[in-house]
Write a protein of this length. Structure first.
Length: 153
């Protein structure tokens, strides 16, 4: 049985065996393989009812894979790109916000070592851009780059 001859359900299960997929991701990937007489929304409803497709598991998977390297904003952006519900995205981002400072410090230390805070404004700006590009909040970036626990001014 070649890959071209797989049924729509078999394709969906093969994709789900590789990693968690959201409903909208599966719909986009399977839409080009729908043949006459096949009902993609009904298949996706059945997979959801059987527990094969779960938005909560997709969110947990993304957090598990990305949270150690990226900030809450970047993770939330990725969840939105996967087509997850905005309430779930907000809840996940709020959960990540509690550990954002520690995660940002870990990312900063991995990239720049345990050096003292940058002496030049150019180096400070470079380090701030590095953390901001990874989705960390501005106040967290400032606290990490300054090297202290003072509040954002």
């Amino acid at each position: 049985m070649g890959f071209a001859r797989l049924s729509l359900k078999a394709r969906a299960l093969r994709l789900l065996a590789q990693r968690e997929h959201s409903r909208s991701e599966l719909q986009a990937k399977l839409a080009r393989h729908v043949e006459e007489g096949e009902d993609l929304p009904a298949l996706l409803d059945a997979l959801e009812a059987q527990g094969f497709v779960s938005a909560q598991r997709v969110a947990e998977s993304v957090v598990h894979q990305r949270a150690a390297r990226f900030g809450a904003r970047r993770v939330a952006q990725e969840l939105r790109a996967k087509g997850l519900d905005e309430d779930l995205v907000r809840a996940t981002a709020a959960q990540l916000a509690g550990t954002e400072l520690e995660r940002a410090r870990a990312v900063w230390c991995q990239r720049f070592g345990s050096a003292p805070p940058p002496a030049t404004p150019q180096e400070r700006a470079r380090q701030m851009r590095f953390l901001a590009a990874r989705g960390f909040a501005a106040e967290v970036v400032c606290r990490v780059v300054r090297g202290g626990d003072e509040e954002f001014e």
